[in-house]
Structure formats: structure tokens, C-alpha cells
Design a protein around this ligand. Structure first.
Ligand code: SF4
Length: 329
């Protein structure tokens, strides 16, 4: 990953409303569309043309008509956008916005492990969660998101073993729901790893009648006590389907509460962890530090200067084939 080309260390305070207006004008001037992941700050989601989970955004990006896409998310997502829309200029407000989960599966390590399995005579296909670098994707047979994982795993021939990378928690969950045994890569997400079962049970006790909504990247003990498990879009659809006001404890990145509140404002949402036992206040220590690198100022600057840009890499060609057959077909 190359270094960022704009230095924001001396970022001074600017009024968010002024920045939002400036971004709206720049979008028109530069013929740009803004895409924002559900884990991005709510102010940015407000001015985005498309918001969603990885699967929805990958599909939305393909249909964008403007010449430029600003992807407010992390590096692997912007890479996937460039791969699926090579003719577009794809900008990422901060090139150092990485992902601990993607980092837990490096190209060299996976390549070596696959060679070792083949040398042992194992007949397998590699299924990668979308949270992987494009180089890693180029080694894989299928790409899944939490929204389409089940459907894709059903497409892997029954006589093949499955090597699932990089998220061990999602892999374990998928083993349960699909009944397919998998060789699991030992990766995980730093944000979803922090939820503790004690926090969860305390929050449930303090909020009688509440339901726990969890992302399958959460560790198994959390999923065991959760009422609804799903990717961000599935969770959003679920709260919209419940008409009576309810209390939902949200075990995923805390910014997810923004689209939930917008889609189903009748409910109360509480981020997990974060219930202060006596006061009932909440904290939000479950913010993704990589997603948080996307600020209004950086969005404005990348539109203004046309960088940082995701450049085409030689290994994108191979990653393109697997991304297209997995997400678009
Ligand atoms: S929340 Fe976790 S999986 Fe998502 S971008 Fe952040 S580190 Fe990666």
C-alpha cells in the first residue's frame, strides 16, 4: 500500500455544515459519486449518494454513471470498487485506512499454506471473505460477504474441501449454518473481538425485553446469546420489519446505529459493549479506527485534489474474475 499523498496531521477545525456544502458542490464540479459504508461516521453517510454493506456498495458502484467514485470506507473496499469499475477514477479519502481482518491474512502466508495443503493431496477451493486485499483475492476461488456467504458456499462442489479465510468467527458460524466442514484461517476483526459476554449479559439485564443483534464476525460466545445474527444489511432489514418500538443491543461497529435509526426510528438502539452499570449511560469503544480515518475534511480534499487514487495493479486482473463471478453473477 503506498503512502498517503495529503498530510492531515495539522487538520484545523472546520464547521461540518460548511464542509458538507462544499462537498456537495465539489461532487457536481468533479462529476463524482460518494459511496459510504455503514461503519462510516453518520455525517458522511448523510451526504453519500449510496450507503450500505460491502455487497450492496460493490453492486451500486458498478452502476454509477459519474467518472469518479469517492469510496468512504477502507482500502480493500476501494480496491474492489476499482477492480469492478476499472474505467472509473476511484478515490479513497485516506489510503492508510486499512483493516485488521484483511491484514491477518497476508498473500505470502496464504500462498504457502495452499501449497502445503496441495502437497498433502487435499482437494479444496478457497473461499475468502471480502475483507481481504486484492492480492489475496487473486489466490482465491470465491469471494463472500456476510450478505451472500451462504449462497456462495452452496456453489462450492460438494466433493471439495473449503479453505475459508480470513475470519475464523464468520467461518465457524458458516460451518454451522451450511453444514459444510471448513479449514479455518485464524484471523479476526479487532472491533468485533472486543465484545465480551459479560458486557452483553449485563446490557440484557439492564434492558429487559431487549434483543441482541450481532454481526457474524463476533466471537462464538456472543453469537450464542444473540437473537438475530446477520450482516449489516440483514440487521437493517430486520429492524425495519419490527413495527412495535423495541430495544436492540447492537453488537457490531457503533456507527451502524446511524442507518438503523434512520431506517427504523421507532426503536432504541444501544451499542454493546458500553452500558455503565449504575448510570445507564453508554460509551462506544467499538468504533473501527480504520473507518474513522474518513473525515469530512479528507473527503473534501480528495474531491478537490483528485487524490489519493486507487491505481490499477497487475494482480487486479485475476482478482477481477473471482469478484465478478462471486458478487455480480
Ligand atoms: S470493523 Fe473490523 S473488519 Fe470492518 S474494516 Fe474495521 S477492522 Fe476491518
Amino acid at each position: 500500500m503506498s503512502l498517503p499523498t495529503i498530510d492531515h496531521r495539522d487538520e484545523v477545525y472546520e464547521d461540518p455544515l460548511d464542509l458538507m456544502n462544499e462537498i456537495e458542490s465539489l461532487k457536481k464540479e468533479k462529476d463524482a459519486t460518494l459511496l459510504a459504508h455503514f461503519y462510516i461516521d453518520g455525517e458522511i453517510q448523510e451526504i453519500a449518494d449510496f450507503t450500505g454493506d460491502s455487497l450492496k456498495l460493490a453492486r451500486d458502484a458498478v452502476n454509477v454513471k459519474t467518472s469518479t467514485i469517492v469510496f468512504c470506507g477502507v482500502h480493500f473496499m476501494a480496491e474492489s470498487t476499482k477492480i469492478l469499475s476499472p474505467e472509473k477514477t476511484v478515490l479513497l479519502p485516506d489510503l492508510t485506512a486499512g483493516c485488521s481482518l484483511a491484514d491477518s491474512c497476508q498473500y505470502g502466508d496464504l500462498d504457502q499454506f495452499q501449497k502445503q495443503l496441495r502437497a498433502e493431496g487435499r482437494d479444496f477451493e478457497t473461499v475468502a471473505y471480502i475483507n481481504t486485499s486484492a492480492r489475496v483475492k487473486s489466490l482465491c476461488d470465491w469471494i463472500v460477504t456476510s450478505g451472500n456467504a451462504r449462497e456462495i458456499i452452496d456453489r462450492v462442489p460438494a466433493d471439495k474441501e473449503i479453505l475459508f479465510v480470513p475470519d475464523q468467527h464468520l467461518g465457524r458460524y458458516l460451518q454451522e449454518v451450511t453444514g459444510r466442514e471448513m479449514i479455518l484461517w485464524p484471523g479476526s476483526c479487532m472491533v468485533h473481538e472486543i465484545f465480551s459476554i459479560q458486557d452483553m449479559l449485563r446490557a440484557k439485564k439492564n434492558n429487559p425485553g431487549s434483543l441482541v443483534l450481532a454481526h457474524p464476525e463476533c466471537p462464538h460466545p456472543i453469537l450464542e446469546v444473540s437473537d438475530i445474527i446477520g450482516g449489516t444489511e440483514k440487521l437493517r432489514q430486520y429492524v425495519m420489519s419490527v413495527k412495535e418500538p423495541g430495544i436492540f443491543l447492537i453488537a457490531t461497529e457503533a456507527n451502524m446505529i446511524h442507518p438503523l435509526q434512520k431506517s427504523a426510528p421507532q426503536h432504541t438502539y444501544i451499542p454493546v459493549p458500553g452500558i455503565m452499570a449504575s448510570s445507564g449511560e453508554t460509551c462506544a469503544c467499538n468504533r473501527c479506527p480504520h473507518m474513522a480515518k474518513n473525515t469530512l475534511q479528507k473527503v473534501r480534499d480528495c474531491l478537490k485534489y483528485g487524490k489519493p487514487e486507487i491505481e490499477w495493479q497487475p494482480y487486479f486482473d485475476q482478482a477481477k474474475d473471482v469478484l465478478q463471478k462471486s458478487l455480480l453473477q
